[in-house]
Ligand binder design. Structure first.
Ligand SMILES: Cc1cc2nc3c(=O)[nH]c(=O)nc-3n(C[C@H](O)[C@H](O)[C@H](O)COP(=O)(O)OP(=O)(O)OC[C@H]3O[C@@H](n4cnc5c(N)ncnc54)[C@H](O)[C@@H]3O)c2cc1C
Ligand SMILES: Cc1cc2nc3c(=O)[nH]c(=O)nc-3n(C[C@H](O)[C@H](O)[C@H](O)COP(=O)(O)O)c2cc1C
Length: 719
């Protein structure tokens, strides 16, 4: 459940506004004014107050113009905001084009990145910093460019101005590029395949680092696509594509890529290494800390920020990742029966007060969770700081780009750890390096230093057993980072988690006021014997009615066909049923309220045991009896100890009906849930159905499936 108070704020909303209710904050106001204007002069502060008041309307806590500007600017530059808020300033063509195109002395290296959760961006910024250190500013000019900024209308001009480009491309969804880089990748592919400009990039030397995960069916598909397209447009490949694998250790793959890249750059452009990148500069990658004396005051400020954030989000503004809606929980209930040893919760979010939050079936809900209270306690103990300690992060002017923007403050350390510190993921090597620099015990310092540089040791101790940062810190307790270092370069930033929305805004009972999520609670033992409790799923398992949780909606293309008579097949075992619950609500609405005639709808669901985890059983069976769906096939994988039955087996059993829909002119197939096994097995089953029922050869069946994908009649929402 939320750590401190029942509402909270992130991003810009948190830093900007102020709540009503002035009187009690007199001293606080005065000291805040003084802190930011640097003066206690009443007139200056009065002027500043007037300015702010005109901006935010009813202002209780007076802030100076400087404060306002600082807070707005600070939050307006966050990547989160860039991703979701659409407030990122438009990059001009001049800024995007290779700046030293006419300067032959210097090599400009551009690191293009396509990222969903920021890893590719972090790597691009690291490469910029390291390249600058290694070759010096006389030899090179290095820069990082977000592919999201390179719109199709400027792609040609921007890319053809490059002499040296490195592409860092992540793959998402079902082998797709990231949301932001989708247009860029599409443009590349289309331009390369139409074959009209095979020499467009003949001046460019390039190479590609893919960020992917081997357990997905289409491993590094987007990076491979970029690499092939640049080649097809005449780009000269400096080295073979590197396929980073997040399933093993992306960090190590990146390190190897970096070493190989330096060798190639030196060979291709006759660059000379002037110095090694050297040790990771902990101080540079740390925030300065603005100490707050008064914990009470900080708590008040946090509450005001949160209230304001909530009030602001009640307007018509669309909540985003940067500015989520602090949404009240309407209810939460366990979906598994008591006999089950696992948990899956149905969570209802009351969005009726937030006009800007709209959604459609198939969309995703982004949720910001908090670390569990015991995790926060353990972290604060290791940092040797009380949870109540007030603080505020400050980004120094000369901070490297890879240092993330600050989160809103002042804030207590406990709340900051709960909301922003990712301590249950594996620590990066640079985090271990930073910890080593703080270790007061020599043995610990030496061991940490070794871990940070020795690939085999890092792999054996951290990557392979999936040791979390918290575990590592507990093993080396003398390494106590400063708060600035902890938030700057030891702990990563806690990311939102996504859930396929399991309701429809047209639900006959709830209407558009409720958004629901169906959440499988992650709990498993790691190799080290530690039980990993998923951050967000555990958080949602514990929320209570009235708690406020920051959420936003991410639009998706996973929708029912426009033609309501089109026959559809829905395949969603476990929580993969989530979006289909919304689909069924929508069909019920069309059938009952709109009196429309609906096409056939086959639903395949699967779980372990009928009596344990057949979630939403009543709803599915009702939908069948009410003719919202035309068939319901449920696979129980553990009811019969001698025979495991999965959805793909049920598909085979219904091969004739499935085939009919696959070959009908407007039929569509939807798959949701596990990307690693289920969606591949289902794909195989569909191919077999085509081969058996249609007597197609395997390559013909594959072509039919490929066409269905292209026509958006075979869609997947898999993770
Ligand atoms: C588009 C999309 C839609 C989704 N829809 C749904 C949905 O409808 N329902 C649903 O339940 N989920 C859904 N998910 C998954 C969901 O977003 C979360 O990933 C899931 O709830 C787990 O998050 P968590 O914070 O609880 O777990 P995390 O703490 O993130 O852990 C998740 C997994 O990461 C691994 N892991 C991470 N750190 C460690 C560590 N230190 N040691 C060992 N293992 C570790 C484990 O394998 C663990 O199972 C969806 C994901 C996406 C991308
Ligand atoms: C929902 C989801 C889908 C993914 N799909 C793929 C995929 O199809 N192929 C692949 O190689 N990697 C896939 N990945 C792995 C990511 O590409 C990988 O974790 C990468 O490091 C993310 O980088 P980013 O932080 O820059 O976005 C997927 C990850 C998630 C969470």
């Amino acid at each position: 459940m939320p750590s401190s108070s029942s509402s909270f704020s992130f991003g810009a909303g948190g830093g900007r506004g102020r709540g009503a209710n002035g009187g009690g904050y007199q001293n606080l106001i005065a000291s805040k004014m003084e802190e930011f204007t640097g003066t206690s002069d009443a007139l200056t502060n009065a002027c500043a107050f007037a300015l702010c008041a005109s901006v935010v309307g009813l202002v209780a806590l007076k802030l100076s113009r400087k404060t306002m500007t600082m807070m707005i600017e600070r939050s307006a530059t966050t990547r989160e905001q860039e991703r979701g808020g659409g407030r990122k300033p438009k990059t001009t063509l001049k800024e995007l084009k290779c700046p030293s195109a006419s300067d032959d002395e210097k090599v400009t290296i551009t690191f293009y990145y396509g990222t969903q959760t920021g890893t590719a961006e972090r790597y691009a910024n690291t490469l910029v910093e390291d390249a600058q250190k290694r070759y010096g500013l006389k030899q090179i000019f290095a820069r990082a460019v977000d592919c999201e900024d390179v719109k199709p209308d400027v792609c040609e001009e921007v890319l053809s101005s490059e002499k040296c480009a490195v592409f860092l491309q992540s793959t998402y969804g079902d082998g797709d590029p990231t949301d932001g880089s989708a247009d860029f990748c599409r443009w590349l592919e289309e331009t390369a395949t139409d074959g009209r400009m095979p020499d467009m990039l003949e001046d460019m030397h390039f190479c590609t680092f893919g960020l992917g995960n081997r357990s997905y069916e289409h491993f590094n598909a987007a990076a491979k696509q970029v690499d092939k397209a640049i080649s097809g447009l005449g780009g000269k490949k400096m080295m073979k594509i590197t396929l980073g694998d997040d399933d093993k250790s992306l960090e190590e793959d990146f390190e190897e890529f970096k070493e190989a890249l330096w060798r190639q750059l030196e060979k291709t452009f006759q660059l000379k290494a002037e110095g090694e990148e050297g040790d990771f500069d902990v101080e540079k990658h740390s925030y300065a800390i603005r100490k707050e004396e008064d914990a009470e005051k900080v708590n008040e400020l946090t509450k005001i920020r949160e209230r304001k954030s909530f009030e602001m989000s009640r307007g018509s503004e669309i909540p985003t990742q940067a500015k989520p809606y602090a949404c009240p929980i309407k209810s939460r209930k366990e979906l598994h029966a008591g006999k089950s040893d696992r948990s899956c919760v149905h969570v209802e979010f009351d969005v009726s007060q937030c006009k800007g939050l709209t959604y459609e079936i198939g969309d995703h809900l982004g949720v910001f969770a908090e670390n569990a209270p015991d995790v926060v306690d353990r972290v604060c103990k290791l940092l040797k700081v009380s949870k109540q300690t007030p603080m505020e992060l400050v980004r120094r002017d000369d901070a490297p780009k890879s240092l993330l923007p600050v989160f809103p403050g002042p804030i207590s350390v406990g709340i900051a750890v709960a909301r922003y510190a990712d301590v249950l993921s594996m620590p990066r090597k640079t985090a271990i390096k930073a910890l080593a620099s703080f270790a007061t015990n020599k043995k610990e310092a030496k061991e940490l230093d070794l871990l940070a540089v020795d690939k085999a040791k890092y792999h054996a101790y951290v990557a392979d057993p999936h040791r979390s940062l918290l575990e590592v810190m507990e093993k080396f307790p003398s390494a106590v980072p400063t708060l600035g270092a902890f938030f700057g370069c030891v702990a990563g930033r806690l990311q939102p988690r996504y859930y396929s929305i399991s309701s429809s805004p047209k639900d006959v009972t709830n209407g558009s006021g409720i958004v629901t999520a169906t959440v499988a609670v992650v709990k498993h033992k790691t190799k080290t014997g530690r039980v990993h409790e998923g951050v967000c799923s555990t958080f949602l398992q514990n929320v209570r009615e009235g708690d406020r949780v920051p959420v936003f909606v991410r639009k998706a293309t996973f929708k029912l066909p426009k033609d309501v008579k089109a026959p559809v097949i829905l395949i969603g075992p476990g929580t993969g049923y989530a979006p289909f619950r919304g689909f069924l609500q929508e069909r019920e609405y069309l059938l009952k309220s709109k009196k429309q005639e609906l096409g056939e709808c086959m639903l395949f669901f699967g779980c372990r045991k009928e009596e344990h985890d057949y979630i939403y059983r009543d709803e599915m069976e009702n939908a069948l009896s009410e003719k919202v769906i035309t068939s319901l096939d449920v696979a129980f994988s553990r009811d019969d100890p001698k025979k495991k039955v999965y959805v793909q087996d049920k598909i085979q059993m219904k091969a004739k009906d499935v085939y009919k829909i696959l070959r009908s002119p407007n039929g569509a197939v939807y798959v949701c849930g596990d990307a690693k096994h289920m969606s591949r097995d289902v794909n195989r089953a569909l191919l077999q159905v085509l081969q058996r029922e249609g007597e197609y050869a395997i390559h013909e069946a594959e072509e039919i499936i490929r066409r269905l994908v292209v026509d958006k009649r075979y869609m997947k929402d898999v993770w």
